[in-house]
Design a protein around this ligand. Structure first.
Ligand SMILES: [Zn+2]
Length: 227
């Protein structure tokens, strides 16, 4: 696959400790994240390889970081009588799943996975800071209107194609990819560099087919690394 890197960006979504199983890196043990996605850390190696390629060829590399205040509305802990996995109405476009406390600003769980190399990153976007609103997409918070600034950044550099990987397939990657299409970027997802929550059961399969229907390209990192 031939890419015009000058007009392309890699978006690495939420590869943070709280979304990853326990691991050891640099002699340090990291505990299982509070919202660990099966094999979440496995996305680091392919994303590092692609990020290096983008950096060497003058493409943009962007990483997003879920970054919640302690009292974030998506945490089940703040809703008496509710539990993780319940749905509530937060007035956003979709009903809100209640999650365990995760990615609290400044915490170890909110840090990027230690094996993710962010040296090539041009920009880090933090999202989910509004205590009353969740933010799955790298482009808009879940009211579908409050921008994160990413679209303006990409347009300022005349980026027309985006490539996505990271966590989790059925939430932040999915909403980012669908918004990218809505904003008229040519959009690709690296199927070997995403992992899903799969809650509710079957949601990974469902979003993969929804993304295909929407015209999002499903490729693997080797499709671009073999050039
Ligand atoms: Zn979150």
């Amino acid at each position: 696959m031939i890419i015009d890197y000058q007009s392309a960006a890699l978006i690495i979504v939420d590869v943070q400790n709280d979304f990853c199983p326990a691991y050891i890196s640099g002699g340090k043990s990291y505990p299982e994240g509070s919202l660990a996605v099966a094999a979440g850390g496995d996305v680091c190696a392919p994303l590092n390889a692609v990020a290096k390629e983008f950096a060497e060829r003058n493409g943009k590399v962007i990483a997003t970081q879920d970054w919640h205040p302690k009292n974030h509305a998506s945490f089940a802990s703040g809703h008496p009588g509710k539990k993780v996995g319940d749905f509530i109405d937060l007035g956003s476009a979709q009903s809100q799943v209640l999650w365990p406390d995760h990615c609290i600003q400044g915490s170890e769980g909110a840090r990027f996975h230690d094996r993710l190399n962010l040296d090539p990153a041009n920009l880090i976007i933090r999202k989910g800071s509004n205590p009353l609103l969740d933010s799955y997409s790298a482009f808009f918070e879940n009211d579908r209107q409050t921008t994160t600034g990413l679209d303006g950044y990409l347009k300022a550099f005349s980026i027309s194609t985006v490539f996505l990987g990271g966590l989790a397939t059925d939430y932040c990657v999915f909403y980012t990819a669908m918004d990218a299409m809505r904003l008229r970027y040519k959009t690709y997802v690296f199927t070997d560099a995403v992992r899903g929550v799969d809650y509710p059961k079957g949601s990974v399969e469902q979003v993969l087919s929804a993304m295909k229907v929407a015209g999002i390209g499903m490729i693997t990192t080797s499709d671009i690394l073999q050039n």
